[in-house]
Design a protein around this ligand. Structure first.
Ligand code: 13P
Length: 249
């Protein structure tokens, strides 16, 4: 059985002190749920987040990492550095990493391999741009991102992969994919994995939806059979909103 997951991607938000306040509020409001709950603060705040969440059901996760073991990569963070502060999960391939920081499919494939080699769990993000959807090319784009980023992996590696379908046109725009659009794409993704690997791997992988998920639309999106949770940006910065989304699952 695949897990239900709600993860908050805080992006470049929250100072050390602001994070302490938000984590305190989240801890106070966390509902009883079978879903996994994750939050991704910035690198500098991760050690403190880990300490604050040590006995919590909320898992602190990283927003990114480099593929190299160590070396002359100014400003970067390695898998071992994450493991060294207790982090077990890393987001890779977010559209902002792809579009603003130039991370290519090839670079991301290397990062995934490097993370899995260290037994980190990977939340792998991908999704089409608005032009791709308008030109009816969104399935091709998503298939290509999956193929280049993940389909080089051995079947066994998939137990440590979580997918996050995030259509770029829905990120931070207030425009959400409709529940039907999300379900259609998630079913397509699961079929692509089943065709490449097998039905068991496809059935067991959690596929999150991301892009303007809010308390008001979360329940409907999460009600779709192939949507296993959400990767939440803006709404994860507010404890009431984030926990309302957690409750919606
Ligand atoms: P929003 O929820 O702000 O649209 O962001 C989604 C996202 O990018 C999560 O990674």
């Amino acid at each position: 059985m695949r897990s239900k997951i709600v993860a908050g991607n805080w992006k470049m938000n929250k100072t050390y002190h602001e994070m302490e306040i938000l984590l305190g509020e989240l801890e106070a409001k966390v509902p009883d749920t079978e879903a996994e709950i994750m939050v991704a603060p910035s690198f500098v705040n991760l050690p403190r987040a880990f300490m604050m969440l040590e006995s919590s059901v909320i898992e602190p996760i990283a927003q990114n990492m480099h593929f190299a073991e160590s070396g002359a990569y100014t400003g970067e963070v390695s898998a071992d550095m994450l493991l060294g502060i207790g982090i077990e999960t890393v987001i890779l391939g977010h559209s902002e990493r792809r579009s603003i920081f130039g991370e290519t499919d090839d670079v991301l494939a290397k990062k995934v391999v490097a993370a899995l080699a260290k037994n980190l769990r990977v939340v792998f993000c991908f999704g089409e741009e608005l032009e791709d959807r308008k030109s009816d090319n969104h399935f091709n784009i998503v298939a290509d991102q999956l193929t280049k980023g993940l389909f080089n992996l051995e079947a066994d590696a998939w137990k440590n992969i979580v997918l996050a379908y995030e259509p770029v046109w829905a990120i931070g725009t207030g425009e959400t994919a409709s529940p039907e659009q999300a379900q259609e794409m998630h079913a397509f993704i699961r079929k692509a994995i089943s065709d490449k690997y097998d039905a068991t791997i496809a059935d067991n992988v959690s596929i999150l939806y991301g892009g303007s998920v809010k308390p008001a639309n979360a329940a409907e999106i999460f009600s779709k059979p192939d949507v296993d949770g959400g990767l939440i940006g803006g709404a994860s910065l507010n404890a009431d909103d984030f926990m309302a989304i957690v409750k919606a699952i």
